[in-house]
Design a protein around this ligand. Sequence first.
Ligand code: XMP
Length: 508
Amino acid sequence: MTYNSDLTGHSREHVLVLDYGSQYTFLIARRLRENGAFSIVGDVPSPKTRAVVISGSPESVNSPNAPMPDPNFLNTGLPILGICYGFQALSKLLGGSVEPSEHPEFGPTTVKVIEQGIILNGFPSKFTAWMSHSDEVKSPPPDAKVLAVSENGQIAAWEIPQRKLFAVQFHPEVSHTEHGGQLFKNFVEFVGLDEKWDLRRFIAEKRDWVRSMVGGNPVLLALSGGVDSGVLAYFLREALGEDLVFPVFVDTGLLKKGEAQRIKRLFSDFRNLKIIDAASEFLNALRGKENPSEKRKIIGSLFIEVFSRYARGFHFLGQGTLYPDVVESGATTSKTSVIKLHHNVGGLPEKMGFELVEPFRELFKDEVREIGRLLGVPEEIISRQPFPGPGFAVRIEGEVTPEKVELLREVDWIVERLARDSGVYEETWQIFPILPSCMSTGVKGDVGVFGKVIVLRAVSSFDGMTARPYELPDEFVQKVVQELTAIPNIVRVLVDVTPKPPGTIEFF
Ligand code: XMP
């Protein structure tokens, strides 16, 4: 990954989480923020870096490709916390030894605390921690105080307070580790940033920033119906007043049931709200198109065309770009960057010379949700699951016809209702149906039928970059099957159990 220091909050006092390729770096940054320290993910410290976390890596510290912090770095006087790979890297750099373990530890492991020290302050004498390592620290650095060992006798934590160095073998950032939050709290207290990370202050600060940026000019904003653009609309209205905020909603005809009416209702206080009904244009453009990436491209460019017709004359475009999008767009091979580009009406700024207003680019999604709550945004907007910009077109195999969209929209409506009624909606990152083109044999009544198949996808995820299949409760699955097979031409329901990677969250 590459990082652009202008974009990622280096101008604010922060804890830097070094990225060595672990999937948990963003989660660590989140946990630090929850405990009051602004934190960013990156690869080089800046003058505003106040502490560093060295996190996980898929490499072994003994492999020739192992990423290592610059040893000089340990002498800067900044507090450093090593986690998992970071624990082993620090151990090795400071003269300890790291070797392949005879008993690799994976999953929940009991850890015994010998001494709380600073970093384990407040921990009980035994706790469950999440481990994921096949190398082991055999001997700690000479001046380190060992604080904890695992039930298998492996060193699980040490610290060298006089050098401000702390290291743990387990993953305090994952929810399976007991008291993980306490560990971050201890570290953040030790670091002692001048400014506590606080979203109320963030709102006040960004309000002034937006006002001075746009200087009384109108701001256009593409509403998607989702959390980021929805909260942004409320934030901009609060900052600039309703006369200057122009939310536009393009109905592509590929959206959930009743979406345009929902937008009208939820944004009824926005005097300048514009709803563009472009459903027939989109469906016409998609006629006969079967290739998934071609379908996406057609939708993307038509969206820009439709939006542009209305957008002439505006100079500022509000976008709900978030922190993971900013970091990801620095990456050269990232698919997510492409995704967000479309989502955030990519291409528009360059084509129309817009100046972007992106007050949320330092934030994580759940921070945007919290800001929404502080601003009184309706919960219906805040707690909504993500929905892809190209809508049902990426959930229908082959040609997108009005009949297929109509069927999937109805099925989606049923699945969402049942998911909300059973609590599955709140527990998943996304749950949705897909319409493949295969057909299947079934019996309805006493008659054999040849009908359609629906695939159900439910995933848990932190930010959409990786995902785990969510194990659906039997009772819920049975209800879904019952209601969906009651639809005349549906005979079968399948459940997708693929994680990401290798499967993307969306199907096409
Ligand atoms: P994938 O399918 O890439 O999805 O694993 C990751 C997250 O992004 C959403 N997604 C999209 N969002 N435009 C969007 O606005 C898109 O083209 C798009 N494709 C995927 C997806 O729903 C998931 O949350």
